[in-house]
Design a protein around this ligand. Structure first.
Ligand code: ADP
Length: 164
C-alpha cells in the first residue's frame, strides 16, 4: 500500500497546492497533507488554522483518501512514525530544483526507503506561491485568482488588521 505525505508550510494554501493534492490522491492509496510547524518561519496563520483551512478544502473537493496533519519536528521522524513511504513535493521551476534535491537526498540518507516524488506544476499555477499571495494581500491586491474564496477571506482579514 502506498502512503504518501505532502509536506509544506501552506501559509496559505493556494490553487497550486490543491492541484498537487488532487493529482497525488489519484496516484497513491493514501495522502496526508502535513503542515510543518517550523518555528524559524514567521507564519501568517498558526499551524492549527492552516490545518483547518486545508481540511475544509479537502472535504469540499471530496478528496476521499486525503487527510491533514501537523508535524512539529523532522519530516523523516513523522514519516517513520506514520509508516509513510513516499514524500510528494511540487516543482515549479528550475529554481525549486536545487533546494528540493538537497532536501530529498538528506531525507533519504536519514530514512533509506523513503522516496521523494516530484509532481511538476500545472502550467496555470507555475507562477504561484504562498509568498506571492502574501505580498499581493499585503498591498490589497486581488488574490482571488490564486486561492479558494474561503481562504482568500481569511487572508484578507489578517491583512486588514495589520499595519503596512
Ligand atoms: P515549503 O515552505 O516547504 O516550500 P510550501 O507551502 O511553499 O512549503 O510548498 C509546499 C510544496 O508545494 C512544495 O513542494 C512546493 O514546491 C509546492 N508548490 C507550491 N506552490 C506550487 C505550485 N504553484 N505548483 C506546484 N507546486 C507547488
Amino acid at each position: 500500500m502506498s502512503k504518501a505525505i505532502y509536506p509544506g508550510s501552506f501559509d496559505p494554501l493556494t490553487f497550486g497546492h490543491i492541484d498537487i493534492i488532487e493529482r497525488a490522491s489519484k496516484i497513491f492509496d493514501e495522502v496526508t497533507v502535513v503542515v510543518l510547524n517550523n518555528s524559524q518561519k514567521n507564519h501568517l496563520f498558526s499551524a492549527a488554522n492552516r490545518v483547518s483551512m486545508i481540511q475544509d478544502i479537502v472535504a469540499g473537493n471530496g478528496f476521499k483518501n486525503v487527510s491533514v496533519d501537523i508535524s512539529e519536528g523532522l519530516l523523516v521522524d513523522y514519516a517513520k512514525e506514520n509508516k509513510a513511504n513516499v514524500v510528494i513535493r511540487g516543482l515549479r521551476a528550475i529554481t525549486d530544483f536545487e533546494y528540493e534535491l538537497q532536501i530529498a537526498q538528506v531525507n533519504r540518507v536519514q530514512l533509506p526507503g523513503l522516496e521523494t516524488i516530484f509532481l511538476t506544476t500545472s502550467l496555470d499555477y507555475s507562477y504561484l506561491s504562498s509568498t506571492i499571495v502574501r505580498e499581493f494581500a499585503k498591498y490589497k491586491g486581488d488574490i482571488r485568482k490564486f486561492l479558494p474564496e474561503s481562504v482568500a477571506q481569511k487572508v484578507e482579514a489578517k491583512f486588514a488588521k495589520k499595519e503596512l
